[in-house]
Write a protein that binds this ligand. Structure first.
Ligand code: SAM
Length: 462
């Protein structure tokens, strides 16, 4: 592993507190910070990518890499086959599996969701009959979130760009709320030198205040007996157990004990009424992380979601056409929004419409095609969907060089004789659309997604 720069040093107040907390383990903690963080990925089980790599012990989907490849130049990364994610944070999987019946149709909110690590993980864990609202308050970050959600290929999701208070309109609606709170980032010091430089006690206090505000704002939206999962990537007790303790003194709730394997080396945090779990880089292959799971034991009225309103449907001949493009087409409603045809799971379509009017989403379901004067132009998101019937289209398999050229939106010489829209693929993963014009091929990769690096090196090992 690479050594960190010599000038790396901890903020004084942080060092004093951590020395005190860790005692004899302090030198191991320091030692762990002389190496760079390990690199891990989480696979998309819906896209059936299974690398031959060592596994993250607390996740069915997590794998460690030996070194950091140039992910930007790996075509299957852009196909949504995997997400690059820090290993400790994959413990969300245990928190969810051990507290919730995942076979049930659940209403789940990921409140602080960008860039989408937890949301895409949640989509892999939830049943297709569950609905995820994935929210990010900062607009530019919400766009990145929407992009990553589309790559993951699930239609049972709405991406919103709302302030936490907006969810008070959905009183008692959610079975599960995940608050992966903005924090001082102490657990990421060896990955992010800026977080270390910017650390100050004032900033920790500001983060703690903001976290308390977020928790109080979102609490009404959780059902009675619903589950709230709170996490941060900091060791700071102000932002973790002390915040939760204060919250617990003002609300009726119960912390949920999780079963841990001893070899995971996760610290159980038991302070006052709080029960949580802490991860240290000297104890496991992962970064600093804190997570706690609690159940709301407070009487909460539930909002009555008005369903049964009329959905704006495309013309029947258009529906008939797009249905031939999809796997299990009868599971979906086909909804028209301006010129876009969307695919939304039938069981939740009118609920999604109702929520969309309250929260103004950036995106919902899967965009299948744009309707232009009776002509259907397939949407990029649909190429990446887990419900596309790829056999309904002309397919061109690309080698690695051409796949990277496609993702850079270069011109491709693949058309000879072909006409109409076609999928391009790399190693069985859909990358996107082209339009064959007989004598040439138009590359339809979205301009704002295109990669700007030159050459392909180091694809992921399989
Ligand atoms: N859950 C994300 C993931 O796994 O990829 C990471 C979330 S990051 C730790 C915290 C997020 O909270 C950031 O995207 C940040 O923009 C957002 N945030 C910042 N201030 C917020 C606020 N006042 N309320 C809600 N979210 C906020």
């Amino acid at each position: 592993m690479n050594k960190l720069p010599q000038h790396f040093s901890f903020p004084h107040a942080f060092e004093t507190r951590m020395k005190n907390k860790l005692g004899d383990d302090w030198s191991k903690f320091v030692q762990a910070h002389t190496h760079s963080a390990s690199v891990s990925i989480r696979i998309n089980p819906a896209k059936k990518f299974l690398p031959d790599l060592p596994r993250v012990p607390w996740s069915d989907f997590g794998f460690y890499l030996q070194e950091r490849p140039v992910f930007t130049l790996d075509p299957i990364f852009h196909a949504g086959a995997y997400y690059v994610q820090e290993a400790s944070s994959l413990f969300l999987e245990q928190a969810l599996k051990q507290t919730v019946d995942l076979t049930q149709p659940l209403r789940v909110l990921d409140l602080c969701a960008a860039p989408g690590g937890k949301s895409t993980h949640l989509l892999s864990l939830l049943s297709d009959s569950s609905l995820l609202i994935s929210n990010e308050v900062i607009r530019a970050r919400a766009q990145v979130l929407w992009e990553n959600i589309q790559k993951w290929g699930h239609p049972n999701v709405v991406v919103t760009n709302s302030d936490p208070t907006a969810f008070q309109q959905l009183m008692g609606y959610f079975d599960v709320i995940v608050v992966d709170a903005p924090c001082s980032g102490e657990g990421l010091f060896r990955k992010d030198a800026e977080a270390c430089k910017e650390w100050s006690e004032e900033n920790v206090n500001l983060c703690a205040q903001r976290q308390r505000r977020i928790l109080n704002d979102i609490w009404p939206a959780l059902k009675e007996n619903g589950v709230l999962i709170y996490s941060t990537c900091t060791y700071n007790p102000n932002e973790n157990e002390e915040n939760l303790n204060e919250f617990a003194t003002n609300h009726a709730l119960e912390f949920v004990p999780l079963t841990l394997k001893p070899e995971w080396n996760i610290e159980t945090v038991s302070a006052n009424n709080v029960l949580g779990y802490r991860f240290y880089p000297h104890r496991m292959q992962g970064e600093g992380f804190f997570i706690a799971t609690l159940i709301k034991r407070e009487k909460t009225e539930s909002v009555r979601i008005k369903t049964g309103g009329k959905l704006h449907k495309p013309p029947v001949k258009i529906i008939d056409r797009v249905m031939t493009w999809a796997v299990e087409p009868t599971l979906f409603q086909w909804v028209q929004q301006n010129d876009l045809i969307l695919q939304i799971p039938d069981a939740m379509a009118s609920e999604v419409e109702y929520i969309s009017k309250l929260l103004y989403p950036l995106g919902k379901g899967t965009a299948v095609a744009e309707l232009k004067h009776d002509k259907l132009i397939p949407e990029h998101a649909f190429a990446l969907s887990n419900f596309i019937d790829s056999d309904a289209f002309q397919i061109t398999n690309l080698n690695e060089t051409d796949a990277v050229a496609y993702l850079r939106k270069d011109t491709l010489a693949i058309s000879e004789g072909l006409k109409g829209f076609g999928l391009v693929r790399y190693k069985n993963f859909n990358l996107g659309w082209v339009n064959h014009l007989g004598n040439r091929t138009n590359n339809l990769y979205p301009s704002h997604w295109r990669i700007r690096m030159a050459a392909a090196i180091n694809p992921l090992p399989e």
